[in-house]
Write a protein that binds this ligand. Sequence first.
Ligand code: FES
Length: 108
Amino acid sequence: MAKPAKHVFVCAQARPPGHPRGSCAQLGCASVLQTFAQAFEQGRLYGQFALTTTGCLGACDSGPAVLVYPDGVMYAGVKPDDVGEIVAEHLQKGVPVERLLAPEAVWS
Ligand code: FES
């Protein structure tokens, strides 16, 4: 596998119903992952970018969370409709989507 220019991690963490932290699974991460996969497939982007599921990224109450490396940019509350913008603006142009950035508090 060629080294990807950027690697997208989509949180796929699940927790039992009623868990106080909630989870990205409860907030719809599966649809976000599927939309990224479709965008990568349709755009033939797998040679440039990688897509991986991951466990909890620490932004549980504002998920689904998506992390892009090597930039260290985390997005929160990502919906399937946001994926195209992340792909076009961040992955392809290198400009993070400001309106979707996770609060700085997730890094503390
Ligand atoms: S469960 Fe996804 S960030 Fe914690």
